[in-house]
Write a protein that binds this ligand. Structure first.
Ligand code: ATP
Length: 248
């Protein structure tokens, strides 16, 4: 459900790789229940932002606050424990493990507190969202198709029952018809109101279409922000990101 409650609040964030400034003083926020997309070309800094939110990278300036708690000083596993799940670029699944075991591993931080029964129940819920994963639950993850692996990567992140889900380029390397399926699932997650989503994506049209709000990132800086539908009709966005060759 949409509310005006701030969940993620990023202020004046700078992240460097040595001398390279990958994020140059960006500010953005995500409210509870929103799907916010971040679009931008190759190298704009999208992956860097998600990796900094999940505390795999540390900023050189600025702050990231999640429900009032400052994230950069926490270790990555502490950020996960707060309920932030990250589905990384390149749909990394555990190739030699079964689909089922991949999902169970996603829920690992919840086992001790909630027990196996709660986790099994969650798995049933994930299988309802991704019926293909149910059919293939005993199959080795490495033998799934690209689209199925992407579904598994998202499903595994959802096993954490995250309050905030970070999705990095879910379209990467997939055929257009499969990308449609993946975005259909993202839309379903959004509509279910179960989780707040920050989606990073190069395919601007799809990312804006599914978003409540969006930001345009260019060379480490926020260039534009607005409601998804408004940005879709913004002339600047149209000429830079929605041209015929941009693969939307
Ligand atoms: P893509 O869509 O191609 O993944 P992106 O928007 O996610 O791009 P980032 O991967 O965040 O962009 O990269 C932002 C900038 O930081 C780029 O200029 C990139 O070359 C640089 N960069 C990323 N990772 C490193 C690294 N480990 N060491 C040095 N520079 C890096």
């Amino acid at each position: 459900m949409l509310s005006s409650e701030l969940m993620l609040d990023i202020e004046d964030l700078e992240v460097r790789y040595g001398n390279i400034v990958a994020l140059n003083g960006i500010s953005l926020n995500v409210k509870k229940g929103e799907l916010v997309s971040l679009i931008g070309s190759n190298g704009a800094g999208k992956t860097t932002l998600l990796r900094t939110i999940s505390s795999q990278l540390k900023p050189t300036r600025g702050n990231i606050s999640f429900e009032g708690q400052s994230l950069p000083r926490l270790a990555a596993h502490k950020v996960t424990a707060l309920g932030i799940a990250h589905s990384p670029e390149g749909r990394r699944v555990f190739a030699t493990q079964s689909v089922r075991d991949n999902l169970l591993l996603g829920a690992y931080p919840r086992f001790k507190k909630e027990g196996r029964k709660a986790i099994e129940k969650e798995m049933g819920h994930i299988y309802d969202i991704f019926p293909k994963l149910r059919e293939r639950q005993l199959q080795q993850a490495g033998t799934l198709s690209g689209g199925e692996q992407q579904m598994l990567a998202i499903g595994r992140a959802m096993m954490l029952k995250p309050r905030l889900l970070l999705l990095d380029e879910p379209s990467m390397g997939l055929a257009p018809v499969i990308i449609d399926e993946v975005f259909e699932v993202i839309k379903r997650l959004r509509d279910s109101g179960e989780t707040t989503i920050l989606l990073v994506e190069q395919l601007a049209y799809r990312a804006l279409k599914v978003a409540d709000r969006a930001y345009v990132l260019e060379q480490g800086k926020i260039r534009l922000e607005g409601r998804g539908p408004d940005l879709l009709t913004n002339p600047e966005v149209q000429s830079a990101y929605l041209g015929a060759k941009k693969g939307h």
